[in-house]
Design a protein around this ligand. Structure first.
Ligand code: 6GU
Length: 225
């Protein structure tokens, strides 16, 4: 998968995308992430990318021309399956959307900052608008990092044990069961006996029952679907 990300603050994206699973995916050549500095397309000697909003009101708006030039330039090299704008008023991100996006080959992600981007860019270029939850971040970068992390780990071959993505929380609308490692007893706290039994079928049953119990307790809304 190839992901281009347009941002005015590339530093906010670099660190999360250069570690752990996403780094491994890049090293294996399964995921290629290209961060594009929007300011390189800024106007005039100050490389301006934002301006006051028409109609008045606090906060700057990211201008059409730098974004349009940047996106148009990228589109001469890549045909994108989706052009995603990260915005709190977008469709709420979830595991289903993550699964769907992980099947694409080329994504372009636009990170807004300030008050947002000129609405015409959304009309001209954006095919999908995504929010990561009902709260407001200062910019789309951290949300984009969340999106790419969630998608990246689903690309076949990225995780060592491919089944481990299938047993994630939410993958079947259930939260994941508790996990334990050595020692079997720590400061009087014991690992459930069944996990030490070696009885695979019973262990799977126990894990499923725990998943259902925990989901009912914490997220009954997931059980409705
Ligand atoms: Cl995608 N962007 C911003 N700025 N804030 C958010 C968000 C995105 N998702 C939730 N809050």
């Amino acid at each position: 998968m190839h992901v281009d990300i347009i941002t005015a603050v590339p530093e906010l994206l670099r660190s999360p995308l250069e570690h752990s699973i996403i780094k491994r995916a890049s090293d294996k050549g399964l995921l290629q992430i290209n961060v594009i500095q929007l300011r390189d397309y800024g106007l005039g000697i100050h490389q301006q990318i934002d301006d006051y909003q028409f109609g008045g009101g606090a906060g700057m708006v990211m201008m059409c021309e730098p974004l349009d030039n940047c996106i148009t330039d990228l589109k001469t090299r890549t045909t994108y399956d989706q052009v995603i704008f990260m915005t709190p008023d977008g469709q709420k991100f979830n595991q289903k959307m993550s699964n769907r996006l992980s099947c694409f080959g080329n994504l372009l992600i636009i990170c807004g900052h300030y008050k947002g981007i000129d609405h015409r860019i959304r009309e001209m270029h954006v095919t999908m608008e995504v929010s990561i939850g009902d709260f407001v971040l200062s910019g789309g970068e951290l949300a984009a990092a969340v999106l790419v992390d969630a998608i990246g780990r689903l690309i076949p071959g990225v995780l060592n044990d491919e089944t481990s993505a299938l047993t994630d929380s939410f993958q079947d609308d259930l939260l994941a069961p508790p996990v334990y490692t050595r020692p079997a007893e720590y400061k009087g706290y014991k690992v459930p006996e069944i996990l030490l039994s070696g009885h695979e079928r019973k262990i799977n049953e126990w894990r499923y029952e725990e998943s259902v119990r925990i989901t009912m307790e914490r997220r009954p809304d997931l059980m409705d679907s």
